[in-house]
Write a protein that binds this ligand. Structure first.
Ligand SMILES: Cc1cc2nc3c(=O)[nH]c(=O)nc-3n(C[C@H](O)[C@H](O)[C@H](O)COP(=O)(O)O)c2cc1C
Ligand code: SF4
Ligand code: SF4
Length: 447
């Protein structure tokens, strides 16, 4: 049986599945229940001077048949007293000494940081997470993402914390910044033991078309919220990768957060260098029980691949993530339709004709709706296979022999890249494009 244990910057846990700091970690009751269900760690709902929250406070993007494909909140840090939280933290640690309890913190002054760090250490926390991410409310008061967006300020606070902390410190970053490496470097230079990301993305999930107020609506008004859930995973994965590939940051453990719902999501974060994952929205949606399937799935993946610990595959995808300029321009794939699987919906034809490269035709013979790929027009963009509703009906087939490699970088060095607006070396030179009049050929007379 694979070993799921982790040692994350000195914080030990029986598995890499942690609850992110959020409503599921509001209380000792919830964290005890979660550990009992199988979670390996929990980052306590951010502690600080307790707040007053609004109602309502959550919004969602439902997409197609999926509820909460994206989730948004405008709640702040804990609204419970520090004393209550610390007492419960101590109790949880007594019952679950081998599980990771991390205290998320957000305060303002150096004195407050020093005091609250002492308090959570005394309560038995295994680590501290600095919340520099909250994109609403707290940032208006100079905390949360207001710190995460100012690398110099972030570094100063990390330095204050590192001077006094006796337990590992994780710096949690905001994605609301153009270049995640800047705060990542600031955290590293401040001496942080680890980094976690992402916190929520500043967003408006929708507008009520009767009241014209943004969701979630609070007495007829609203404000930008923090976006999370399955919709944000691609952004989180990219940011984890940015840090994991940076020479000054790559040795600092990273906890991946954002849209983790299944074991596959977790494996993707680990493959990009994460040493643990944190989950919020999926637990708010489905409850603590999802961890059973996550652990079983991860174990099965490790058995299938022959891995004994998560360190056997941590970061394994990183060598395959390169810059665009190094990709092979000689690699050539084209779409291929499996006629036996095709249901004749013609979605691929519409997508390719209107949204891509006019490389699909519908045969003229009446009754036959199975489209045909015009291979010489196909640029291998993938669009048709993405829109096709039938699994494996459109596949991309390789047409080059795999022997040649020529990148934009190589071409630049060889002085072979287009340099003027009408340069003959452009990639589209000679490629089929219908005439503008062809657009009206099938025009229906609606009058
Ligand atoms: C309702 C709600 C409250 C949150 N509160 C906190 C918080 O107090 N501290 C914090 O660091 N992050 C907070 N977060 C952010 C989560 O910890 C996490 O970074 C984010 O939701 C992305 O993960 P997910 O896609 O699994 O939800 C909150 C998120 C939600 C949805
Ligand atoms: S891969 Fe792109 S260009 Fe080729 S047929 Fe599909 S949509 Fe058209
Ligand atoms: S989208 Fe798929 S199922 Fe629909 S016509 Fe194209 S190949 Fe057939």
């Amino acid at each position: 049986m694979p070993n799921l244990n982790i040692d994350f910057a000195g914080i030990k846990a029986p598995n890499p599945f942690w609850l992110a700091s959020a409503p599921p970690t509001n209380s000792g009751y919830q964290i005890m229940k979660a550990f009992d269900a199988g979670w390996g760690g929990a980052v306590w709902k951010t502690l600080g001077v307790p707040v007053i929250n609004v109602s309502s406070r959550y919004g969602a993007v439902n997409y197609g048949g999926s509820r909460m494909a994206g989730f948004s909140n405008i709640e702040l840090i804990t609204d419970r007293s520090l004393a209550d939280n610390l007492r419960e933290m101590e109790e949880v640690k007594k019952y679950f000494p081998d599980h990771a309890v991390i205290a998320s913190l957000m305060v303002e002054t150096k004195e407050e940081w020093i005091q609250i760090i002492k308090d959570v250490e005394n309560a038995g926390a295994d680590g501290i997470e600095l919340n520099f991410g909250c994109p609403h409310g707290m940032c208006e008061r100079g905390m949360g993402s207001a710190v995460g967006q100012e690398p110099a300020v972030l570094q100063t606070i990390v330095e204050w914390v590192m001077e006094v902390a006796n337990i590992p410190v994780i710096t949690k970053l905001t994605p609301n910044i153009s270049h995640i490496v800047d705060p990542g470097l600031a955290a590293a230079r401040g001496g942080t033991n680890a980094i976690s990301l992402i916190n929520t993305i500043k967003s408006i999930v929708g507008i009520d078309l009767d009241t014209y107020a943004p969701y979630p609506v609070v007495d007829g008004k609203g404000t930008n919220g923090g976006y999370c859930g399955p919709a944000v995973k691609p952004i989180a994965l990219e940011m984890v990768k940015e840090l994991a590939q940076h020479p000054e940051i790559q040795n600092i453990p990273v906890s991946g957060i954002g849209g983790v719902e299944t074991w596959r999501d977790a494996v993707e974060f680990i493959l990009l260098g994460a040493g643990s994952v944190q989950v919020c929205t999926a637990v708010m949606h489905y409850g603590f029980g999802i961890v059973r399937e996550m652990k079983a799935g991860l174990e099965q993946f490790m058995i299938d691949k022959g891995y004994e610990t998560i360190y056997d595959f941590k970061g394994k995808a990183l060598p395959n993530v390169t810059e665009w300029k190094h990709l092979n321009l000689k690699h050539k794939v084209v779409a291929s339709i499996d006629n036996d699987k095709c249901i004749g919906c013609d979605l691929c034809y519409i997508a390719c004709d209107d949204g891509a490269h006019q490389a699909i035709r519908i045969p003229d013979e009446s009754g036959n709706r199975i489209p045909e790929i015009i291979e010489e027009n196909c640029v291998g963009c993938n669009l048709c296979s993405l829109v096709c509703p039938v699994e494996e009906c459109i596949t991309m087939e390789q047409r080059d022999d795999g022997k040649q490699h020529l990148s934009w970088d190589d071409k630049t060095i060889a002085n072979e890249v287009p340099t003027s607006f009408d340069d003959d070396r452009a990639g589209g030179k000679g490629h089929f494009v219908p005439t503008v009049q062809d657009a009206l050929k099938h025009r229906k007379n609606n009058n």
